[in-house]
Ligand binder design. Structure first.
Ligand code: DC
Length: 226
């Protein structure tokens, strides 16, 4: 149905269900799932560990040049992220690292590095790319673009449940505040802000389960591939 070089993009705010849906859609299409948020998180972790001041462009450029990221599938459930060979998959999945990732993602050098890497990973096609700027900046010619949204309250509830399943107890209000702050920062930054591409299909997942969302997306892909 989809040409092999096909790229499907799924952008949207944090906690809208992008990861579950992108993974599920990729599995149905036999495509590779590209989690670009994980890449920003891993770079955020590296910069934080080395205490890099984002205003110090020389140190930042040096540190970025030395970062090697590898993403590999980790069962059905997750993506394994290697930062210079070290498995940081768990370390990057905390709410704090989400905020760090959001902060470093506004930096032009960081975006330049990761945009190039993402395009390289997508060059062979057959990927479902998930992030904030997949349809607007990284893959503007993607075959099909979706923008997945849900109310901030629903997203906070889902995130809290997700973290609880991983044994992390976090207060609902704290998660809601972090989500709202990230939405605000991600959509107001000058570079590649979070917004739907002009040709994206907007999907509100507030009252739809992941299976229903994936089925809607598959139907939309099948329709436009005919
Ligand atoms: O999807 P996530 O929560 O793992 O993303 C973490 C942060 O990374 C997010 O707040 C903004 C940034 N990000 C980005 O700027 N561009 C992307 N394509 C993906 C993530």
């Amino acid at each position: 149905m989809l040409e092999p070089k096909g790229i499907v993009t799924i952008d949207g705010p944090s906690g809208a269900g992008k990861s579950t849906i992108s993974r599920g859609l990729a599995a149905k299409l036999h495509f590779t799932y590209l989690d670009t948020g994980a890449m920003y998180r891993a770079v955020g972790l590296a910069l934080e560990r080395q205490g890099i001041d984002l205003a110090d462009t020389d140190s930042l450029a040096k540190c970025l040049a030395a970062i090697e990221l590898t993403l590999t599938p980790n069962g059905d459930d997750d993506v394994r992220v290697l930062l210079n060979g070290e498995d940081v998959s768990q370390a990057i999945r905390t709410p704090e690292m989400g905020l760090v990732a959001s902060r470093v993602s506004a930096n032009p050098l960081v975006r330049e590095k990761l945009t190039a890497l993402q395009r390289q990973l997508g060059a062979k096609g057959a990927i479902v790319a998930e992030g904030r700027d997949m349809g607007t900046v990284v893959f503007p010619k993607a075959f099909r673009k979706f923008f997945l949204n849900a109310s901030a309250e629903e997203r906070a509830r889902r995130r809290q449940k997700q973290l609880a399943e991983k044994g992390q107890t976090v207060d609902y209000q704290e998660i809601l505040d972090q989500i709202s702050k990230r939405d605000y920062d991600d959509s107001r930054r000058a570079l590649a802000p979070l917004k739907p591409a002009a040709d994206a299909i907007i999907v509100d997942s507030s009252s739809m389960g992941p299976e229903t969302v994936i089925a809607c997306m598959l139907a939309s892909i099948a329709k436009s591939a005919r």
